[in-house]
Ligand binder design. Structure first.
Ligand SMILES: C[S@@+](CC[C@H](N)C(=O)[O-])C[C@H]1O[C@@H](n2cnc3c(N)ncnc32)[C@H](O)[C@@H]1O
Length: 225
């Protein structure tokens, strides 16, 4: 059991990028296991935050997903898509055409990218966090989230649930209950609602997802204040 004794992120950084570049290069977006024509549950949860259309939204590991198209279509003015795969981002940009200029595109690894501080109102992640099977990787992810999200901001996570298969896209995944997700994010992220939802891949594999919406609490005030 030596997995977490040494930080693993340095060793994994290049393989992670090449894994995802190869994956996106090997199939069209519609053939990928996580593909959905529209991320309706994510859109509903973003709507449920009550944030207005000036909110800054980041789709972490957004890949080639159409969430950005739909957010622009309903009027969100400040959308960022971050992904480790340049190929995935380029697919999304080409699909959007001129509208791509209204989006901030960040190519990088969420575990190592230096995020803008207190910048985003809404952090969305569908099917990214569950690939972080090492404790140090998750610590880095949550560090990026805590740095980038404003106090009072919203977090929407879609992960494999404990009923899902143990692997996806050829990689091991960590499967979540709400309790486990809460314990990973920490007590400042308060769950507001959650649901499980079955996703069937284009190849017919059934994967149960857990979606959860969190609200970041203001940093605790000192007893004297
Ligand atoms: C299963 S796909 C989900 C894509 C998209 N969120 C969706 O729901 O359609 C996982 C995505 O996370 C990206 N990814 C994986 N590890 C990452 C990391 N460490 N930093 C940034 N992006 C990452 C991959 O390139 C890929 O686009």
């Amino acid at each position: 059991m030596t997995e977490h004794i040494f930080p693993t992120w340095k060793d994994k950084r290049m393989p992670v990028k090449s894994h995802w570049e190869n994956t996106y290069a090997s199939k069209t977006a519609e053939k990928l296991g996580w593909y959905k024509p529209h991320l309706l549950t994510s859109l509903r949860l973003i709507g449920a935050t009550g944030a207005d259309k000036t909110a800054r939204v980041i789709d972490v590991g957004g890949g080639a997903s159409t969430l950005v198209d739909d957010l622009l279509a309903i009027g969100f003015a400040h959308v960022t898509v971050l992904d480790v795969s340049a190929t995935a981002l380029s697919t999304a940009r080409s699909r959007l055409g001129a509208a791509a200029d209204r989006v901030r595109w960040l190519e990088g690894d969420i575990r190592t990218l230096r995020m803008d501080e207190d910048h985003y109102d809404i952090w969305h992640d569908r099917a990214v966090f569950h690939f972080l099977t090492g404790a140090e990787d998750r610590r880095r992810y949550v560090g990026a989230l805590r740095r980038a999200l404003r106090a009072d901001g919203h977090v929407i996570m879609g992960t494999f649930s404990h009923e899902a298969p143990p692997r996806c896209s050829g990689l091991e995944v960590r499967r979540y209950t709400l309790e486990l997700l809460c314990s990973e994010l920490g007590a400042e992220f308060q769950p507001q609602e959650h649901k499980t939802e079955m996703h069937t891949t284009p190849g017919g594999v059934r994967q149960m997802y857990l979606y959860a919406r969190f609200r970041r609490q203001d940093r605790p005030k000192s007893p004297a204040s």
